[in-house]
Design a protein. Sequence first.
Length: 309
Amino acid sequence: MKYWFLLLFPSLLSSISAYAVKEVTLRGYIGVEGGESFSYNITFTDSMGSLKGYSVTYIEEPKETRSAISGSLDRTSRTLSFRELNIMYNHGFHSNNTMCLIDVTLKYMPNTTSTGYILKGTYKSADASATYCGMGTVTFINDDVIKTLFENAAPADTVAVAKKQPATPKRPAGIRVEPAYPSRPQPAPQPVVRTAEEITTGVEKIYDWHSDTAIVDVWDGGTIDGDRITILYNGKKILNNYQITASKMQLHLPISPTGVDVLTIVANNEGSEPPNTANLLLTDGSQVYNIIAYNDVGHEAVIKIKRAR
């Protein structure tokens, strides 16, 4: 199983009536925390400011990931907002980040590196189980299509959007992204979750712990490909040859008042998409550590927990 994002077709914007459905392709790239950058396009229909379509990452067929999107276009504020709803398919796309679904608002602005205009914004993302993944940027650069979206629209279309399509309400800070339908109620604020850290054989993590218990959630945050793991806590098996799925398995582990507790994740196989990869959330009160453990079969990743004084 592995990893995070979505397609490139020739640019098209139909110059048709104000109330007709228009199909558009925006070309650009997506930047991911950690420094990775991938080609990223969206293709959508624009019906009076309401957008429906799909996004594509890593434009090199057949290695690409396509996701369904929905959003809105506000010509008054010169913004385009959309969110990825679900992954439609993943054709061998790989990155160093968990495959996630993004939620972004892009601003129409001058291109500071050349002439013309771009659409650019910062996104937040969550995996298929609605667990926070991280942030990054999306930039679309095909100036001719972008200018047509915001500057050459028929007047009637602009009026209809202003009167009938209210601006998308801003999500309060701290609310996690929900890769679901926009009409769902917003969840309550969640504990602060750090950007995912990777561990493997020879790369371990040690955390100072403040509470009496470590709550550990284990699941598969990417493609469900049959990965099996064994988890040991201080040398004792607490999960044996367990097949991880999109559903989280939650463990409650007592923390020793002194010394160091050791959590070991062993790769029993590599599933259909090597290597073996498991997502973990370790919760210490209001602090949550986001971890990806990956290994070849028979190898192990180690997490050490030290009670803070």
